[in-house]
Ligand binder design. Structure first.
Ligand code: FMN
Length: 262
């Protein structure tokens, strides 16, 4: 699928075929997409534990369930519990940056040398971020978010349904046994959609110029009609929700899956 169409087709899928397993190579593709995402200092911020729903005991599944993830957690055959490693930046950046100096990725043309890493980049950026809990959470969440976003798009490209949900940190620590330096982020549910891939249409967003500005705050970014027409033709912008038949679809899918209809 073309990139713009993948972006356009992505939407949170909340109904999965519980009985249809996800092929291992598709899960691998999702993780590869995350692994290859851009990341500050080339550090390993994004971490994940892939869990097969059917491998979880009833008690563990119950302990990971929240009101906001209920339903999906039982339907989706694959759960990817995403975490952020709060130690990643300080631990990984110096050696990863040095390695990139040696391989001609970070170059003297831009001021990068081993001395620059040790005397400027590390103390001024990495240490500054890592020694402050708020800044550390900010950079870790953002870096992992980049990887997770690619994981979502990869799942869509593989013809799967996917979405992110909240999970409870302490029970997940117990069940998954993750290191203390990992902070909980989101669970990505993955499976074959039980609803149509359109899932009732693209979800509402404010117009471009309301979200994004140009030059300074208050000056809306202005796209062009031609630009929007091209994005519609290339399927990045698609028909918006609500579709006229959506409620019928939800009722039918709910009936099939034994979920409440009213
Ligand atoms: C980080 C994150 C956490 C989310 N958590 C939940 C959740 O706990 N439960 C839920 O039903 N949807 C959750 N969602 C889905 C959002 O509600 C959904 O993305 C939003 O309504 C926009 O719809 P779309 O993803 O189809 O564009 C989450 C989405 C993101 C990105």
């Amino acid at each position: 699928m073309e990139f713009k169409e993948v972006v356009g087709r992505r939407r949170s899928i909340r109904y999965f075929l519980p009985w249809r397993p996800v092929e291992r190579d598709k899960v691998q593709t999702i993780l590869e997409a995350a692994r290859l995402a851009s990341r500050a200092g080339n550090a390993d911020f994004a971490r994940a534990i892939v869990v097969e729903r059917d491998g979880l005991s009833k008690a563990d599944l119950a302990s990971l369930t929240l009101p906001v993830n209920a339903g999906m957690i039982e339907m989706a055959p694959i759960h990817i519990y995403w975490w952020g490693d709060l130690k990643a930046f300080a631990r990984d950046m110096p050696s990863r940056a040095a390695e990139q100096v040696d391989m001609g990725v970070l170059n003297i043309s831009h001021g990068w040398t081993h001395t620059f890493i040790n005397e400027v980049a590390y103390p001024q950026v990495v240490q500054a971020f890592s020694s402050d809990a708020v800044l550390s959470a900010k950079v870790t969440g953002c870096e992992a978010g980049l990887a997770i976003s690619q994981a979502l798009l990869a799942a869509v490209d593989e013809g799967l349904g996917t979405m992110l949900c909240t999970y409870p940190e302490e029970p997940a620590r117990q069940v998954l046994g993750v290191p203390d330096s990992w902070t909980s982020l989101w669970v990505q549910f993955v499976g074959y959609p039980a609803e149509s891939w359109e899932a009732g249409g693209q979800r509402p967003r404010p117009p471009l110029g309301e979200l994004f500005h140009e030059g300074k705050y208050g000056q809306p970014f202005r796209g062009t009609e031609e630009g929007a027409a091209r994005l519609r033709a290339e399927k990045m912008i698609q028909d918006p929700a609500p579709f006229s038949w959506r409620k019928e679809e939800v009722r039918a899918v709910s009936r099939m899956l034994g979920l409440p209809e009213e």
